[in-house]
Design a protein around this ligand. Sequence first.
Ligand code: APR
Length: 311
Amino acid sequence: MKKISIIGAGMTGSTAAHWIAERELADIVLLDVVEGMPQGKSLDLTQAMPIIGKDAEVVGTNDYAATKGSDIIIITAGLARKPGMSRDDLLKTNAEIVGKAATETLKYSPDAIFIVLTNPLDTMAYLAMKKTGLPRERVIGQAGILDSARMRAFVAMETGVSVENINCYVLGGHGDEMVPLTRHSNVAGIPLRDYLPADKLEAIVNRTRKGGGEIVNLLKTGSAYYAPSMACVQMADAILKDKKLIVPCATYMNGEYGLNDMYFGVPVMLGAGGMERIIEYKFDAEEKAMFEKSAASVKETHEALKSLVTL
Ligand code: APR
């Protein structure tokens, strides 16, 4: 069995473990700083396995040594922004947490591929790559699958068509400036722009951009975790099965789309080598403008990170 270690056994981490175990995709190590919590969740999940007849092993721990020999490391550890905490305070704290998670796990799993989920996503993925010194193929950020899935869900709700028939592509940074590509999105091959009236489509695009915030407002404490964790699991599945799956992910830009030295959400091919290829779309002027605005916003957070921590 393959091995996936999840750093941060909170809502997204433990839900990712649930999806992975239920699919028997890999054995799982769930690590957290909180003592007892990952052990308790793992024991609970282990006791669900006989009921569903799956043999994934789930181990909870506070010790990085238990992550030894992982094929994939998923990093969800971090703090949510608390009242009174500035964006920079959060950035610095999460940078310390993600930096440690990445370097500690690398010691025990020198060949692992890293999937980063902690926010601010693009910048945390950038940090993990810089701190580990790994090639970009092996450090990938999760955002685009989630943002695209949100848009797909909203289109399904509006049209009553199966989610399987709905393809949407949301690129760019994981924030309000994300780039939903309505021209490339479709319902069973019919472009969204032809399938839905303009006002309905605009409402869906706006709701997608604020998709994370909508859930935060409803939950009041905490943020979304079912869809974010499932998105990580789809990435892990594609890598472990060498599927060559093309999905939007945050990846290190080295001249592609005219962007350099930053993480950004673009379509990539996921396979055994991790991020194996970047796919370049042709944009029209409107899409290009949205893309550049989003890139500028991500770059700003990268610069803030660089002023707060040594990479
Ligand atoms: N090492 C390991 N785990 C840590 C550390 C650390 N240094 N610091 C914090 N954690 C753990 C917390 O104890 C907590 O259990 O990270 C976990 C985070 O879980 P939640 O607070 O439930 O947050 P979650 O909803 O899972 O989101 C985690 O993913 O989607 C993003 O914006 C989200 O950045 C956030 C992250």
